[in-house]
Design a binder for this molecule. Structure first.
Ligand code: GLN
Length: 446
């Protein structure tokens, strides 16, 4: 059914970079055989799940939506992939995204933009736009994305689905194409919070192949949904409701807050005073790490190799010039600049210090508070081509990037529609590694 649906709508949505029908049918047949033999592997056995094209699957293309990796086939599985296969999931297709996960609209893909299923002239958000759009259009039962500054939550909000960014260190990054390693996390996108809980449980937990993976035991998140019933105390960070917030989104978040109040929750205003530095801090740290991570694409070991090069150095220059898109080049240049001698102290080192203050803001706000409630995105899905300058695009992440800088878990849950029928998302931000509580709070509203 998912394959038929994909074939019917994919020409309009364009959420996939590629898919392999025969391979998916073989995986599904194996799941059927297990079921017939009474050996089913649990909730995900036989369920078609799409992966963003930055998560490695052995023998399948891994492009990061870049010309640089257009012909690259992954020789190994990401840890998340290994765990999904073990759970019996049918891995279905490679989902389009912004190139190397850099963007908020999926317009930066070398393979073309993705359309928002709710209005095909509009963007699905980014960078996991294909993951959100495929799910919203019924082209997968669930998907996975990656979130460095909002790339799971913002597209989830713009496409009317659930998107969860786990605490830093909960899900292994082994086999995830690196953008900004101290911020990146893989996470699930689903139709319900309960589905997200099941999906998180399948991929979370310690992995010795990722040195930043935390040696924590993983609870049964689905069982915890029923076990934790509140009432909770929710904090409203006053800095997240200021200028630039679409009034219809503000009203939807107010309705969500009223819902929790009616459930007996305590609502309290809190302050995150360094919020106004989040965007600057993020774009220094993320670009610095990206410039370093993307140094490996030299046209020699793998990836695009220029045919026009005259010598070795020229090969590096031309392969990178031809292989990377404009936004990726902008980030590499910014990152190289903030890391260069003479500027390192003024930009990179300073940003690291501000990052600590931003994390401290959240920890202070959590005194007696279970989670924070905010808008996910300041605006609903916008038209393709509408945001042509990078700075306006970067503002899309204003409510999501602080979470990555602080390493926290956060989830975007559908919260109704604008008058013109575009989905709205509300964001809940949890305490570090308190995914079970966060999911239970989100589930109450879902
Ligand atoms: N939009 C942000 C960026 O371009 C976040 C991307 C992400 O989370 N991968 O950096």
């Amino acid at each position: 059914a998912v394959i038929a649906r994909t074939k019917a709508v994919e020409p309009r949505v364009q959420a996939f970079n590629s898919f392999d029908e025969a391979d998916a049918l073989a995986q599904a047949a194996a799941a059927d055989a297990r079921r017939a033999a009474g050996e089913t592997r649990g909730a995900l056995d036989g369920i078609p799940i799409g992966l963003k094209d930055v998560i490695a699957v052995e023998g399948q293309p891994l492009t990061a939506s870049s010309k640089m990796l257009a012909n690259f086939v992954s020789p190994y599985d990401a840890t998340a992939t290994v765990r999904l296969k073990k759970a019996g999931a049918v891995l279905w297709g490679r989902l389009n995204c912004d190139e190397f996960a850099m963007g908020s609209s999926n317009e930066n893909s070398a393979f073309g933009p993705v359309a928002n299923p709710w209005d095909l002239a509009r963007v699905p958000g980014g960078s996991s736009g294909g993951s959100a759009a495929a799910l919203a259009a019924g082209e997968a039962i669930a998907t996975f994305g990656s979130d460095t500054g909002g790339s799971i939550r913002q597209p989830a909000a713009l496409c009317g689905v659930v998107g969860l960014k786990p605490s830093y260190g909960l899900v292994s990054r082994y086999g995830l194409v690196a953008y900004a390693s101290s911020l990146d996390q893989i996470g699930p996108m689903a139709r319900t919070v309960e589905d997200a809980a099941i999906l998180l449980g399948a991929v979370a937990g310690h992995d010795e192949r990722d040195s930043t993976s935390l040696p924590k035991s993983v609870p049964d998140y689905r069982a915890e949904l029923a076990a934790r019933r509140g009432p909770w105390t929710l904090g409203i960070p006053k800095e997240y409701f200021g200028e630039g917030l679409d009034p219809e989104i503000g009203a939807a978040v107010e309705r969500a807050i009223a819902f929790y109040r009616a459930q007996g929750c305590t609502i309290r205003e809190v302050s995150l005073p360094h919020t106004r530095y989040c965007l600057d801090t993020y774009y220094i740290i993320a670009t610095a790490e990206a410039s370093s991570n993307l140094g490996r694409f030299d046209g020699v070991r793998y990836g695009h190799r220029s045919k026009a090069a005259t010598d070795a150095v020229d090969l590096y220059f031309k392969s990178r010039a031809e292989g990377f898109g404009a936004e990726v080049k902008r980030r590499i240049m910014l990152g190289t600049y903030v890391l260069s001698s003479g500027y390192y102290d003024a930009f990179y080192l300073r940003a690291q210090k501000v990052r600590t203050l931003i994390r401290q803001d959240f920890l202070n706000a959590y005194q007696g508070v279970d989670a924070l409630i905010t808008p996910t995105s300041p605006i609903p899905a916008f038209k393709r081509g509408e945001k042509s300058d990078p700075l306006t695009m970067y503002l899309c992440d204003i409510y999501t990037i602080g979470v990555n800088l602080a390493g926290l878990p956060a989830i975007s849950v559908p919260a109704g529609f604008t008058n013109s029928g575009l989905p709205i998302g509300v964001q809940l931000i949890g305490q570090p590694l308190e995914e079970a509580n966060l999911l239970a709070i989100a589930h109450a509203y879902d």
